[in-house]
Design a protein around this ligand. Structure first.
Ligand code: NAI
Length: 263
């Protein structure tokens, strides 16, 4: 078994920092976990599904902690476990999220509540419960994975768009509230990304129309002016940029990673 020194982790700029990532078992969260670990960070992943997180934890030497982010007391318990494993949180990456699409008139109130709880209320709880860690020590970071849907409207996705606009509002407000501290608060706002969430969107389009799943994926990629899906690694690289010590004057930003969608 290689120790941290033998893996060369002591060379990375994030060496010794504790990065906690929600929804770390797949897509953008998993890519971010791998990239931060490669820079030397100690990584804790929180998420609903234990198995994919455990596989990544074994690969990168991190902690995989089952947690439903819609449950405030579960977050509290999971943070205690993460601190016991890796110390106070330095980088908090609130990434867990869910999407859905349907005409507004046919959107159930339960769907709205579930999406707001997962994509927005969880940010309130996740950020507030980490504050004791984030307000002590240098170069502390809160990064929220929002979306271009946090910056503009989209038909057939009202709850998702509302949740992501809320996420952006929370980020900007916290950035101002903590501007004089050593904590920065930022959002990344991706366009359509090549992750399981987009696979599910393609599947929904396939079910609702006569288009094949491949055609549906192409249609989603075409919504990015670049004509291609963003990769999870590209979004992860932007998250790392915001965590970097040289980014300490970047706060309240919404970094778009969208192939030009908001240009
Ligand atoms: P994903 O589906 O692979 O990742 C979402 C993760 O959140 C999963 O690991 C899932 O298990 C976890 N999660 C969902 N509900 C949870 C809960 N209640 N408690 C704990 N964990 C929960 O998809 P992706 O794309 O990596 O999504 C990550 C973030 O990126 C989400 O917030 C999403 O809204 C955002 N995003 C995704 C885009 C895309 O095109 N895929 C575009 C813009 C933003």
């Amino acid at each position: 078994m290689l120790d941290e020194h033998e893996r060369g982790r002591d060379l990375g700029w994030a060496t010794g920092r504790h990065a906690l990532i929600t929804g770390g078992g797949s897509g953008i969260g998993a890519a971010t976990a791998r990239m931060l670990a490669a820079e030397g960070a100690k990584v804790s992943m929180l998420g609903r599904r234990a198995e994919p997180m455990r596989e990544i934890a074994v690969e990168i030497g991190g902690a995989a902690i089952p947690c439903d982010v819609t449950d405030r007391s579960a977050i509290e318990t999971a943070y205690a476990e993460a601190r016991a494993a890796n110390g106070p949180i330095d980088f908090l990456i609130l990434n867990a999220g869910v999407a859905d699409s349907s005409p507004f008139a046919r959107t159930a109130r339960d769907t709205f509540d579930r999406i707001i709880a997962t994509n927005l209320t969880s940010l309130f709880d996740g950020a507030q419960l980490a504050l004791p860690d984030l307000l002590q020590g240098d170069n502390k970071r809160l990064v929220v994975v929002a979306s271009v849907a946090g910056l503009r409207g989209a038909a057939f996705a009202a709850p998702y768009v509302a949740s992501k606009h809320g996420a952006v509002g929370l980020v900007k407000s916290l950035a101002l509230e903590y501007a004089r501290t050593l904590l920065t608060v930022n959002a990344v706002c991706p366009g359509f990304v090549d992750t399981p969430m987009t696979d599910q969107s393609a599947e929904r389009i396939h079910q609702a129309t006569r288009r094949s799943e491949a055609e549906a994926r192409e249609a989603l990629a075409a919504m990015n002016p670049s004509g291609r899906l963003v990769s999870a690694d590209e979004v992860a690289a932007s998250i790392l940029h915001l965590c970097h010590p040289m980014s300490r004057s970047i706060t309240g930003a919404c970094l778009t990673v969208d192939g030009g969608a908001t240009a």
